[in-house]
Design a protein around this ligand. Structure first.
Ligand SMILES: Nc1ncnc2c1ncn2[C@@H]1O[C@H](COP(=O)(O)OP(=O)(O)OP(=O)(O)O)[C@@H](O)[C@H]1O
Ligand SMILES: [Mg+2]
Length: 311
C-alpha cells in the first residue's frame, strides 16, 4: 500500500448539528436529528480521503472529556489517527438548521489554549511519522508562533516529503516567505490578503499566482472562488474553471473537500490540471450535502465527468 497522507488539525472541533422549526429567544427550542462529527480542516480532509480509499492519518491536538469524545468519533469513522494530548478541552461547535426558513445558525467557539510543549510535541510526532504528503489546514491560535507552518516545512523538507497548506493570514505569509510548498489553496479573500491588494480580474490573479510559483513559494497554487470555481497556477500554465451549477445545501467543508480530492489524485500521479478538476468536483459535491456532511464519491465522479466533458 502507498504511504499515507497525514493531515494536521491544530484546532479540531466536535461539530454538533441539529434541526428545529423556528429559532426564538427565551423559549425552549425542541431539536431533532442531532448528530456529532469530528471536524476541523485537516480532519475533514482525512474523512474525504478515507471515503476515496486513500490511506490517511489524522494528526490533531485534543484535550479534556471533549477530546476523548473526538478520539471516539475518529475511531468510529475508522480513521487512523495521532492524537496529541493537550491540557485544555477540545471545542464543540454547533449548527442549528431552522426548518421554516432553511437558514443555518452556526456557533463556533474559539478553541482551547495551546501551551508551547503541546505544539512542540505535534512537530516532534510529525517528524517521527511515516507519510508521503502532509496536508496542514487551518489558522493558528494566537499563542502559536507565526512561523509554525514554516517550521513544518523544514521538517517535511528533511524527510523528503511534500506539503500542502490551506491556511491564511500571517501563518500563510510566513510559509510563502519560507518557500518550498508543494501546493497551497487559499480562497480568494485569503489570496488577496496574502498579496496585500485586490485582484483587478482573473488574469491579474493568474499572473500574480504565477509570480509566486516562479519565486518558489509553491509548485502548485489553487485559488478557490466559491461558486465561481477556482484558478490553478503551476509551471505548466494557468487554468480557470467554473463549477457545474448545483443546488446549494451547505458550503461547509467545500474547501476541505477540494483539497482532499485534488491531493488524492496528485498523489496517484495525475497531472495538476486533471487533479484540479477532480478537486473542483469534490468541492462542488460538498455543497450538495447538508450541514457537516462532506462530499460523496459518486457525486464527485458525476461532476468530474461533467467538468472533463467541458474541458
Ligand atoms: N455555490 C457553489 N456552487 C458550486 N461549487 C461551489 C460553490 N461553493 C463552493 N464550491 C466549490 O468548492 C470550492 C471551494 O469553495 P470556496 O472557494 O468557498 O473555499 P473555502 O475554502 O470553503 O472558502 P473559505 O475558506 O474562504 O470559507 C470551489 O472552488 C468550488 O469548486
Ligand atoms: Mg478554506
Amino acid at each position: 500500500m502507498s504511504q499515507p497522507i497525514l493531515t494536521l488539525t491544530l484546532n479540531p472541533a466536535i461539530d454538533g448539528a441539529c434541526e428545529t422549526d423556528v429559532v426564538r429567544h427565551t423559549h425552549k427550542l425542541r431539536t431533532s436529528n442531532e448528530r456529532y462529527d469530528a471536524g476541523g480542516g485537516g480532519i475533514n480532509v482525512s474523512r474525504v480521503l478515507a471515503r476515496l480509499g486513500s490511506p490517511t492519518i489524522a494528526c490533531y491536538l485534543a484535550g479534556g472529556f471533549t477530546g476523548q469524545l473526538l478520539d471516539q468519533l475518529i475511531e468510529a469513522a475508522e480513521i487512523p489517527h495521532l492524537s496529541i494530548p493537550i491540557g485544555d478541552a477540545t471545542r464543540i461547535s454547533h449548527a442549528v438548521y431552522e426548518r421554516s426558513t432553511g437558514r443555518e445558525y452556526r456557533f463556533v467557539p474559539e478553541g482551547p489554549h495551546i501551551r508551547e510543549g503541546e505544539w512542540r510535541a505535534a512537530l516532534d510526532r510529525i517528524g517521527e511519522a511515516d507519510f508521503s504528503i502532509l496536508v496542514a489546514s487551518g489558522s493558528l491560535a494566537p499563542e502559536l508562533p507565526e512561523d509554525f507552518y514554516a517550521r513544518l516545512q523544514d521538517i517535511t523538507e528533511q524527510k523528503g516529503v511534500r506539503m500542502v497548506l490551506d491556511s491564511s493570514g500571517p501563518a500563510l505569509e510566513r510559509a510563502v516567505m519560507a518557500g518550498g510548498l508543494w501546493m497551497m489553496k487559499p480562497s480568494r479573500g485569503e489570496f488577496e490578503a496574502l498579496i496585500g491588494r485586490k485582484c483587478t480580474d482573473i488574469d491579474d490573479m493568474g499572473r500574480t499566482a504565477q509570480g509566486l510559483v516562479a519565486r518558489g513559494a509553491a509548485e502548485i497554487i489553487v485559488v478557490t472562488l466559491g461558486h465561481e470555481g477556482a484558478l490553478l497556477a503551476h509551471a505548466g500554465g494557468t487554468l480557470c474553471r467554473k463549477p457545474p451549477q448545483v443546488e446549494v445545501q451547505s458550503a461547509v467543508g467545500a474547501g476541505d473537500s477540494f483539497v482532499a480530492g485534488m491531493t488524492h489524485r496528485l498523489a496517484q500521479g495525475w497531472t495538476p490540471e486533471r487533479a484540479f478538476l477532480y478537486g473542483m468536483a469534490a468541492g462542488t459535491a460538498a455543497v450538495l450535502t447538508p450541514g457537516n456532511d462532506l462530499c460523496h464519491p459518486q457525486d464527485i465522479e458525476r461532476l468530474f465527468a461533467e467538468l472533463e466533458k467541458g474541458a
